[in-house]
Design a protein around this ligand. Structure first.
Ligand code: RNT
Ligand code: ZN
Length: 423
């Protein structure tokens, strides 16, 4: 294992880094004060490969897939909360939880169109104890009525109605979370609807989806309790040729109906990035939801690493002063590595990218650009990449009482031995 820096070394490195940044006009203390209050919504589904607790035998479907069989996955809500507690203890700051409807707790199997707030009371108690806000998602996949690849846009009215009822119930549960926890729940609708091969009728399912969404959102809910988001996608496994809820579809819907648009980093053409979409979309909608993820070839859900695109997303949020209009959620699932580590690695990276964006010499870069000095702009951007950012991040972790550097992996290994290996 790597030798850990002492507290004295971390503080000293931070002092020098702060001076270096101050020379460029960057206020490091301000940056850390901002970072400390940015919540990231951790997605519950990394903890059990998107299984949920509705039916232990149900398989994952809907064009998404978790691969790997790393031991120790959570089998109950209690185990999942225990794993989440562990993950949060490794991440600086106070963060949210993003729940899916199939993570309900009930003694009997509850049909999706009959889910109630009471089925999520255990999550609320835990969230209150640990000061987590909760976000929510109807689960329109992994279900017999979604087996043929269509839900809200299904040609069969009865099936469509079933999913509409599920989404209406989900919004009510979102509002319950918001009321109970004093922070609005973002309830995000994502459906897998699409086709493996070229459809003849691309329009019909989209018209039906639009009508279903109108029915779902018919009741106005207090935005202090629930905010509605809709998530687009380009293709999935088995829906390679056509996805009903495309980017253009939901962008239009969100603008026309004042909804949040959810941009998932893995849901576009492999060379297309969401960082460039943020300022465009926020020109027309009030708020957006991000699913911070990483696409690799056909999979849109790899653990978030500190890529150029992750940094570009964070830069856009910070440079555009969009922090209060962007809800940051994560969306990846990897069953081939320790699942708690996946949360910790991905969330720490999202925060590191935000911190890197917060310590950019933005004022100077803006001046250079405004003066047409693109040479200076490029030179400073590149120099900024080499500034002692790591010293600031280490100090932040120390201040927030979470492991500094690689040592968070030691904590995970101990947890794996003591808890995960016993399951
Ligand atoms: C699927 C979407 C969606 C899901 C979760 C589980 O491609 O990204 O957000 O990952 O709802
Ligand atoms: Zn997503």
């Amino acid at each position: 294992m790597a030798r850990q820096p002492t507290e004295k070394q971390i503080n000293e490195a931070y002092r020098l880094a702060k001076e270096r940044y101050a020379g460029l006009g960057v206020d490091i203390e301000q940056a850390l004060a901002t970072l400390q209050h940015i919540p990231i919504s951790l997605h519950c589904w990394q903890g059990d490969d998107v299984g949920g607790f509705e039916d232990p035998d149900a398989g994952l479907s809907g064009g998404i897939m978790a691969t790997g069989n790393y031991p120790g996955k959570a089998r109950t809500a209690t185990e999942l909360r225990q794993d989440l507690d562990m993950a949060y203890s490794l991440i600086p700051g106070q963060h949210r939880l993003n729940l899916h409807a199939i993570y309900l707790e009930a003694d009997t199997k509850i049909p999706r169109d009959e889910i109630q707030p009471e089925h999520f009371a255990g999550w609320v108690d835990w969230a209150k104890e640990n000061q987590h806000g909760i976000d929510f998602n109807p689960t329109c996949f992994s279900h017999p009525l979604a087996a043929d690849g269509f839900t809200l846009s299904h040609a069969d009215e009865g099936i469509r109605q079933f999913w509409i009822e599920h989404c209406i119930a989900s919004r009510q549960i979102g509002a319950y979370f918001g009321r109970e926890l004093g922070t609005p729940c973002v309830t995000n609708v994502w459906i897998p609807d699409g086709m493996k091969d070229t459809p003849v009728d691309r329009l019909g399912p989209r018209q039906r989806l639009r009508e279903s969404l109108d029915a779902i959102f018919a009741e106005d809910l207090d935005p202090a309790h629930n905010l509605d988001a809709v998530e687009c996608k380009l293709f999935g496994l088995g829906s390679e040729s056509y996805v009903v809820g495309s980017h253009e579809f939901y962008m239009g819907y969100a603008i026309a109906n004042n909804k949040l648009l959810c941009l998932d980093a893995g849901h576009f053409h492999p060379t297309e990035v969401i960082s460039d979409k943020i300022s465009s979309v926020l020109t027309y909608v009030d708020e957006i939801l991000l699913h911070v993820s990483r696409g690799v070839r056909w999979d849109s859900d790899h653990v978030v690493t500190l890529t150029d695109e992750l940094q570009a997303i964070a830069q856009e949020i910070v440079r555009g002063r969009f922090l209060n209009r962007v809800h940051i959620g994560l969306d990846f699932f990897d069953a081939s590595i320790n699942r708690v580590a996946a949360w910790a690695i991905g969330t720490r990276n999202a925060l590191r990218a935000l911190l890197m964006a917060l310590v950019e010499p933005i004022d100077q870069l803006c001046d250079l650009e405004a003066n047409g000095d693109y040479t200076g702009r490029l030179a400073l951007m590149e120099e900024a990449k080499g500034l002692p950012f790591g010293a600031v991040w280490d100090y932040h972790c120390l201040q927030q009482n979470v492991p500094v550097g690689f040592s968070f992996v030691d904590a995970i290994r101990e947890y794996e031995k003591a808890v995960l290996a016993q399951r």
